[in-house]
Write a protein that binds this ligand. Sequence first.
Ligand code: NAD
Length: 373
Amino acid sequence: MPTRVIFGSGSISNLKQIVEELGASRLFLVTDQGIVKSGIVSRVLERVPKIHLFDEIEPNPKYSTVNRAGKMVRKIKPDLVIGLGGGSSLDAAKAIALLATNGGNIEDYEGKGKYRTSPLSVLAVPTTCGTGSEVTWVSVITHTERKFKMSIKGPEMFPKVALIDPDLLISLPKPLIASTGLDALTHALEAYTVKPATFLTDLFARKSTELIFRFVERAYKNIEGDREAREKLMLASTLAGLAFGNSDVGAVHCLAESVGSLYDTPHGVANSVFLPSVMEFNLPASASRYAELAEIVGIEGESENEKARKLIERIKLLCRTLSIPSFKDLGLKPSEFLEIAQKSFQNNSNPSNPREAAVEDYLRILEKLFRQS
Ligand code: NAD
């Protein structure tokens, strides 16, 4: 794992020292308006005042925004890019660091290792408890005309340093604690059950699952007052990133990314909505793996199948407790189900899913959810 991880409440106060250790003097900060309004950007600027600020990243970051920042970064010639925010800002920072040294547009680099020169160093500071992007090598950028979420990745794209301060979650609105917390749970569950899972990724996935079940509701109820809950949830998010970053994700993400590219649905919300249905679909292939995770969270049962089914029911209950939007709330048009199913099938992670998922299977999952809504 090539990223140096610095974890701890209040660790943002070490930012200046970390920047100095990296030998950086020209800094480019990539963030979004929500982070500016939350006051987190001001806290960063207090510590490192001489910094070029790009604060225009939108959720599900768009290729046009990243390309605009790319032009800017090549003029400014920084020696470090700091990504500050949720997965959108962190992914944009990785993409901008790539454009800084390679030129061109981000869509030219879609895929694995398409760049010629190593990207600039990235310091990633997450402010949500979901994506784990601070420890992964991938940047997910939306191509709006193609209505497609591109993955741009490569071994040189891991952030140099992940500075993870759970206190930055204090300003995260309740619905985002819920949806990004369940995004992390989706990462852990998929990393554990997909075909590329390994003994090492299992360790991260199991611990992450345990922590999310123990702490997500407490964090949701009282993020400001419950320091232990926000620390453990933030840790779980990073552990889930380590798990799927070295294993993969599966059909939940295939659906969520397809829906996200067409409807701009927040990533964590889409994952939470599809997670129980895809788990039901995967049961014939994954019952024993789900049963292992069920045991970790204290679920008992006579058989693997019973434990696996109880785990799915527990996740449905968790979605209701955390007021996760329903399938109906996503506003998907049945006339577009086929396109969503086709995009899901074409997703790079589809082959990793534990049970083979054809276009018709994705279509059936969508139609079942529609009938039940
Ligand atoms: P996000 O970055 O899109 O942020 C969502 C909203 O929350 C924004 O409006 C932001 O301003 C606000 N916000 C974030 N932190 C805040 C805080 N502490 N206080 C107040 N407001 C805050 O959300 P996300 O779910 O973290 O990221 C989703 C993106 O990450 C998607 O584009 C998804 O595809 C991508 N992703 C990337 C990876 C990876 O490994 N690179 C993995 C999973 C998802």
